[in-house]
Design a binder for this molecule. Structure first.
Ligand code: GLV
Length: 331
């Protein structure tokens, strides 16, 4: 690649990402904070770039990738500024010889922090109590005022025990929680012991947990992993926490489980059809709803942003991008 590559950044990202890209290429960037290009605009702007620096809100589907592959210059890589890459059709990218990268690791602690914050907020009814106070309804301390669920000493069930799940377990140990987990890949016994995590079947995890927290990637096999059947296995006092991806949970089944008191509450950072939220959830006091902010600390977002740039820069220099998702395209 003799010429300076053309790079498209689809949303405004933390500043340190740009000079890294500008040092190697010509950068076109959406600099309007909070503006997400609709799919048709993305499709119109994408072709003619060597590199696309994408966000999880960009639908990088086969059509987009094919248009990039057919353009001049040819699309060479999509660098997603997220650990999850379910917004990208990786199979199509691989077929077209387009590299895909993500930003794993740097957001694990921050995401685990927020999963725990959601767990605490939902269990102890913090947003609900705050709404009550702000509404001027607080008339004095009461023995039954906002009694919530016990966190310390309770059982936390992790569905998925990768990087983030293991750190959530570490947070839980500070609260003397018992941690049980299910993952398609059981960890070696010494790691279970070191992490104080007990492996169980998915059914057992659902049946025994006071809190069920999801930490799996979203892929066809995890679509609606938690639905009506799973809610019925859970305790009526159980609280569901989801900081992974919305479609892992059947959101309509969740609404039903909450309405019928099949489970007690939910703390959600992600939704099935973001940014839409099932309207009934908005009316429920026993759910805490956040706008997909699990990795949103400035420090972490800056690390993610520079990591995505580093992946592009490495590819440009003919090196293996450190976080390549489909290394087979590199030959
Ligand atoms: C956030 O959801 C991410 O995948 O980084």
């Amino acid at each position: 690649m003799a010429e300076r590559p053309k790079i498209l950044v689809t949303q405004k990202v933390p500043d340190p990402a740009y000079p890294l890209l500008e040092a190697i290429g010509d950068v076109e960037a959406n600099m309007e904070e909070g503006v997400i290009w609709p799919y048709e605009e993305l499709l119109r702007r994408g072709p003619g770039h060597d590199y696309i620096y994408s966000l999880l809100t960009d639908n990088i589907d086969a059509r987009f990738l094919e248009a990039g592959a057919a353009s001049t210059p040819r699309l060479k890589m999509v660098a997603n500024m997220a650990v999850g890459f379910n917004n990208i059709d990786v199979d199509a990218a691989t077929r077209l010889g387009i590299a895909v990268s993500n930003t794993p690791g740097v957001l694990s602690d921050t995401t685990a922090d927020l999963a725990f914050a959601l767990l605490m907020a939902t269990a102890r009814r913090i947003p609900e109590a705050e709404r009550f106070l702000r509404a001027g309804k607080y008339k004095g301390w009461g023995p039954l005022l906002f009694c919530g669920a016990e966190v310390h000493g309770s059982t936390l069930g992790l569905i998925g025990a990768g990087r983030i799940g293991k750190i959530v377990s570490k947070r839980a140990s500070g609260f003397d929680m018992k941690v049980i987990y299910y993952d398609v890949n059981r960890m070696p016994a010494e790691d279970e012991e070191k992490n104080h995590m007990t492996y169980m079947s998915m059914e057992e995890v659902l049946q025994q947990s006071d809190f069920v927290s999801i930490h799996t990637p979203y892929m066809p096999s995890t679509h609606h992993l938690i639905g009506e059947r799973e809610f019925h296995l859970m305790k009526p006092t159980a609280i569901l926490i989801n900081t992974a991806r919305g479609p892992i949970v059947d959101e309509k089944a969740l609404v039903n489980a909450l309405q019928t008191k099949t489970i007690a509450g939910a703390g959600l950072d992600v939704f099935e059809n973001e940014p839409a939220v099932e309207p009934e959830l908005l009316t429920m006091e026993n759910v805490v709803l956040l706008p997909h902010i699990a990795s949103a600390s400035l420090g972490t977002r800056t690390l993610m942003a520079t990591m995505a740039s580093d992946n592009i820069v490495a590819h440009f220099h003919g090196q293996r991008p450190p976080n390549i998702v489909n290394p087979e395209v590199l030959g």
